[in-house]
Design a binder for this molecule. Structure first.
Ligand SMILES: Cc1ncc(COP(=O)(O)O)c(C=O)c1O
Length: 400
């Protein structure tokens, strides 16, 4: 039956079910556990205060809780120390921070390397950096399975490569990228490596030691945490190469009218009041995730994913994009416009994503105007898939 023992930890699931809604859009954002909601309310009910500034008790409590999340993140990811963790306002902001923070290292004709499957968040900051500096954006092609083509990468990554920025798990194709073989190609050339873990970290690959990258980015709201918080891990030696990018309160050690001296990471990259409640609630979310049997959770997700692929493959005219390995599947149906199909699914209460999933260039390469994406969270179960596929069959009866 593929039931999820964690479903009841997410109160929204019962509410959505009562409304006849089936949530299969967790790759866009995940529903939230009660532990997060309690922490968020607890923070506001017990007194809000700014962090790292005042000495009063409420401020000290807020600062301790805020820094507690940084410590948990460092442990969770296997960072060397909490000060390798910068808290941002989202994964997108973290990637923009990098593209601005590394700008001074990029010269005319240098190369910034991304892959053809990047989310706009890990494409446009590098594209714009290349334009600002007269550098070249090099795009690694994919093989037929939807993974970065390693032999092409070996040809394209070279002595002018300054940064390699790639996703861990594609938000469109659901393919794990061969980072263990790809990243060393860039490191061997002295380039910095950036991994966009916004999807990958949710589905069990959060071990920085195994990844061996210089920077790693994740998005709290996809990891069952609150919105408005992102995480940038940086190896200490890589963080030291970043220039400050946003300026304001608490990131500065000494300020005069004409000059200023800034803090190093992490505080030097956290200008202004951070999303305090969200960061504290992310800490509670991590505590919640720590309580669960991680291998049971991954087996559950894998079983659901296998079923998702079987059901899609069993339907005539359905074409999967790539060969999804985890968490999601994007597909088109021959002779059917994805927007029409999405409309009929949504009318039947199936929450799916349709369109180009913030990866327009990839869709252009695939020669596809758009696709439907079904994505899974740890709270989904076999009933969700039954409802989705009943709805899909009814929709296809109308459309074909
Ligand atoms: C692979 C990937 N990278 C980056 C992002 C951007 O995350 P956020 O919108 O939380 O900043 C997303 C969001 O969909 C994503 O899927």
């Amino acid at each position: 039956m593929l039931l999820s023992p964690w479903r009841t930890d997410f109160p929204a699931l019962a509410v959505l079910e009562a409304q006849g809604q089936t949530y299969l859009d967790s790759a866009a954002t995940a529903q939230k556990p009660q532990a997060l909601i309690d922490a968020l309310c607890g923070y506001y009910v017990s007194g809000a205060a700014n962090v790292h500034r005042a000495q009063h008790l409420t401020a000290e409590r807020a600062t301790r809780a805020f820094e507690g999340t940084r410590e948990r993140l460092a442990t969770w990811l296997g960072a060397a120390a909490p000060d390798e963790i910068i808290l941002t306002r989202g994964a997108t902001e973290a990637l923009n921070l990098l593209a601005y923070g590394l700008e001074h290292l990029i010269e005319r004709d240098d190369e910034l390397v991304v892959s053809a499957l990047e989310h706009h968040a890990n494409l446009l900051p590098w594209q714009q950096l290349a334009l600002r500096r007269g550098a070249r954006l090099v795009v690694l092609p994919l093989d037929t399975s939807g993974c970065i083509d390693l032999s092409a990468a070996a040809r394209l990554i070279g002595p002018r490569t300054r940064v390699l920025a790639v996703s861990q798990l594609s938000n469109v194709l659901g393919t794990w990228q061969p980072l263990d073989r790809l990243l060393p190609l860039a490191s061997a050339q002295g380039a910095l490596t950036v991994v966009d873990g916004a999807q990958g970290v949710v589905h069990g690959r959060s071990d920085l030691a195994a990844l061996a990258c210089d920077f790693y980015v994740l998005s709290s709201h996809k990891l069952y945490g609150p919105e408005g918080v992102g995480v940038l891990y940086g190896r200490r030696s890589a963080l030291a190469r970043l220039r400050h990018w946003q300026f304001g309160g608490e990131m500065v050690r000494e300020a005069d009218f004409q000059t200023a001296v800034f803090h190093p990471a992490p505080l030097g990259f956290e200008a202004g009041t951070p999303p305090i409640a969200g960061v504290i609630a992310l800490g509670a979310t991590l505590d919640y995730l720590q309580t669960m049997d991680r291998s049971a959770m991954l087996s559950h997700e894998q079983a659901l994913h296998r079923r998702l692929l079987q059901e899609l493959s069993a339907r005539e005219g359905v074409r999967l994009l790539g060969t999804p390995q985890a968490a999601l599947a994007s597909f088109t149906v021959e002779g059917v416009h994805h927007a029409d199909l999405a409309h009929l699914l949504v009318e039947q209460g199936i929450a799916v994503r349709s369109g180009t999933h913030c990866a327009m260039p990839l869709f252009r390469q695939l020669g596809t105007a758009g696709a439907i994406r079904l994505s899974l969270g740890l709270y989904n179960d076999g009933n969700d898939l039954d409802r989705a596929f009943d709805a899909l069959d009814r929709a296809l009866e109308i459309l074909l």
